[in-house]
Design a protein around this ligand. Structure first.
Ligand code: GAL
Length: 667
């Protein structure tokens, strides 16, 4: 059992949280352990009272009532996943202007910039202090000499320079008063200096003035907002008790959703969004949320920011890469133009992905591209080898990531050993990744059905690494080397004449309400040995509570779609009491077959399925019970902008897996 915080002495905590080798979030694991019990109870009560599940509260609006609008975030500018470079994985907090400019120059010289790698983002380590009494943020000018612009140091010369190079500039802050390094790794380089107030460099209490400074005055284009300050400064934390920092009652607890104030942390991040809308003016900006999947960010991150971290920090290890990958795998429907899942930055170039491991490096890169992760390089580009450049610079693979349709790849085949991901591109062709997660060779079979193509026609596969082509009918056998990911672009005859399946268009489907009443962590996430705790304690427990959400081509909880004994290989599965918003781009008809999935935990309850168009009811099913054969439902949606698919359960059917099988938009 984990000892309560009171039992950990200050000395123990210091030794647990300050090994030099740990990355910023690393040592946090130790401090994640527990808040005092009274705090847990108090925050838990708050969380219950402010629960987002308004449907159950008398007098609150019914979230299943269609609104006729798209509610996921579309502010800011991220129509495709942002690409660029960030200082953290390469330099940790030891960042300076020379390193930033050298990386920027390398992006230009290698032509990676013209491929789309435009954001040059400064992470933790740039700040010196918050000046008193006016509160203006001071830059560590010893490390950023061009910021010595007189009484008010400014990043403007640096951002001007980056802009002149055709690049964009990113900055980093924290949602609390203090930074990750201050709280968890105090021996990190470049810690803020001065009095308690001067060391409060985070946004808390300064959102408007800081965002104005960073965007209106310093002209940044991108901000990553970390969450450590809202996590580690409970009143009884040794660093608070010692007078080093002010207490901030924790809003997020990595180990406990009940102990997190979900509404409270969301409000803070939303306030930053409001300030960005005000101070970025007409300039495009990107708002990157860094809450590591905690605070139930899975339900609201897509509504607040342009990209949202789904996991704790990636490490340069194969196992950790799998962990981070797994946090986005079942979440294709939660990523759209303007709001992307972020499994963290690329570690290509380092450790298990270094020059001696090209197979692993290619796999990591291809998977991030397919899953629509922001492609943010975390490598010291001054050391880039031609082979590594060929990875970041693979234009065919970058094109999968930057495809205008914005569809995250959908899991077509799943096992602990091999996976197949398929991504529908704007021109109707498919990106395909066949993944060997193991250290042994794997034999895999790829089928035309997994690509939603006819078995009778030729399917052409172009290997995006070797550029070789092959053709198959029905299915093809592939052999994968240990840790290899094969990536193809596939063309063939689509199985559905005159339309697309909805599951092929996850970028156009937003689970505004996904029916999850009690979020639970996703048990399919690979549980790696974390470098920050090793095998001490009970083991890693990924907190990303996405399990049971809406899925493409699956029922909730990853189950295959089967209604009254009939299997379907396509459709959208969601728990009852859900509302999906669908952007309609000129289709005339929506059709599906609806029912309760055979994976339902009980036979109780009924689900009614409704199709709405721009806020008007177009079709409604009869109440569907477990064991009822799938019922056809359809509606004319010509001229409709937002189609909404509502699945409403009665009291007993609330958590039933409700399936829109064969859901399709037809011309
Ligand atoms: C972590 C974050 C990392 C990095 C680090 C800086 O919380 O996940 O990506 O920004 O803080 O201290």
């Amino acid at each position: 059992m984990i000892p309560p915080r009171q039992a950990i002495t200050a000395t123990q905590e210091t030794s647990m949280t300050s090994p030099r080798t740990m990355a910023g979030a690393d040592a946090r694991a130790a401090a994640r352990i527990a808040a005092p019990r009274w705090a847990l109870v108090a925050v838990a009560l708050g969380a219950i009272l402010s629960s987002a599940h308004a449907a159950s509260l008398p007098g609150s609006p019914d979230p299943l009532v269609p609104t006729g609008r798209w509610s996921a975030n579309s502010d800011g500018s991220a129509p495709v996943p942002p690409m660029g470079w960030n200082s953290w994985n390469a330099f940790n907090s030891d960042v300076d202007e020379e390193k930033v400019l050298a990386s920027a120059q390398a992006l230009v010289d290698t032509k990676l910039a013209t491929l789309g790698y435009r954001y040059v983002n400064i992470d933790d380590g740039w700040w010196l202090k918050r000046r008193q009494p006016d509160g203006r943020m001071m830059i560590r000018t010893s490390h950023f000499p061009s910021a010595r612009t007189g009484a008010n140091p400014s990043f403007r010369p640096l951002t001007d320079r980056l802009h002149a190079m055709g690049l964009k500039a990113g900055i980093y802050s924290d949602i609390g008063r203090n930074s990750c390094g201050q709280i968890y790794t105090p021996d990190f380089k470049n810690q803020p200096e001065g009095s308690v107030a001067e060391r409060e460099v985070g946004l808390y209490g300064h959102v408007d003035e800081d965002i104005r400074l960073y965007f209106a005055e310093w002209n940044f284009d991108f901000i990553k907002v970390d969450g450590c300050g809202a996590r580690g400064l409970a009143a009884d934390a040794p660093r608070v008790r010692s007078g080093l920092y002010r207490a901030l009652p924790p809003l997020v607890d990595m180990q406990s959703l009940a102990a997190s104030d979900v509404a409270g942390i969301r409000r803070l991040y939303a306030a930053v969004g409001t300030a960005l809308r005000t101070h970025a003016g007409q300039r495009p900006y990107v708002y990157s949320l860094c809450l590591w999947g905690a605070g139930d960010v899975r339900t609201w991150g897509k509504d607040v920011g342009n990209m949202s971290r789904t996991s704790d920090d990636i490490q340069p290890s194969w196992a950790r890469m799998l962990t981070n990958l797994d946090t986005v795998t079942h979440r294709a429907l939660y990523a759209h133009p303007g709001s992307w899942n972020d499994p963290d930055m690329l570690f290509v170039g380092t450790g298990d992905f270094d020059a001696a491991h090209p197979v692993e490096a290619r796999a990591h890169f291809a998977l991030w591209a397919m899953l629509n992760a922001p492609l943010i390089i975390g490598y010291d580009l001054r050391k880039l080898t031609p082979d590594q450049l060929a990875i970041f610079g693979n234009a065919d693979i970058v094109a999968l990531n930057q495809d205008a349709a914005g569809n995250q790849a959908v899991l077509a085949y799943d096992s602990d050993d091999a996976q197949i991901f398929v991504k529908t591109l704007a021109d109707g062709s498919k990106g395909v990744a066949v993944v060997n997660r193991t250290a042994q060779p794997v034999k895999a079979v790829l089928t035309a059905a997994q690509l939603k193509m006819t078995a009778q026609g030729d399917v052409r596969l172009r290997d995006l690494w070797s550029k070789t082509e092959r053709t198959f009918r029905g299915e093809t056998a592939l052999t994968l080397a240990p840790h290899e990911t094969l990536v193809f672009r596939a063309t063939g005859t689509h199985r559905l004449a005159g339309g697309v399946y909805l599951s092929e268009q996850p970028g156009r489907v937003n689970p505004a309400v996904d029916g999850i009443a009690r979020p639970t962590p996703d048990p399919t996430i690979h549980r790696s040995i974390t470098p920050w705790t090793g095998t001490r304690g009970p083991g890693d427990h990924p907190q990303y509570g996405g399990w049971g959400g809406a899925e493409a081509d699956r029922a909730p909880y990853g189950a295959p779609i089967r209604i009254a004994g009939t299997a379907f290989d396509t459709g959208i599965g969601v728990l009852a009491n859900a509302r999906l918003e669908v952007r309609n781009q000129g289709s005339a008809r929506f059709t599906a077959r609806v029912g309760v999935n055979d994976s339902a935990p009980s036979r109780a309850g009924k689900v009614v399925f409704e199709i709405w168009g721009d806020g008007r009811l177009l079709a409604r099913s009869k109440p569907m019970a477990f064991g009822d054969a799938a019922a056809p439902i359809e509606a004319r949606v010509a001229g409709v902008g937002i189609v909404e698919l509502v699945a409403r359960g009665d009291a007993e059917g609330m958590a039933s897996p409700a399936i829109w099988a064969d859901a399709a938009l037809l011309r």
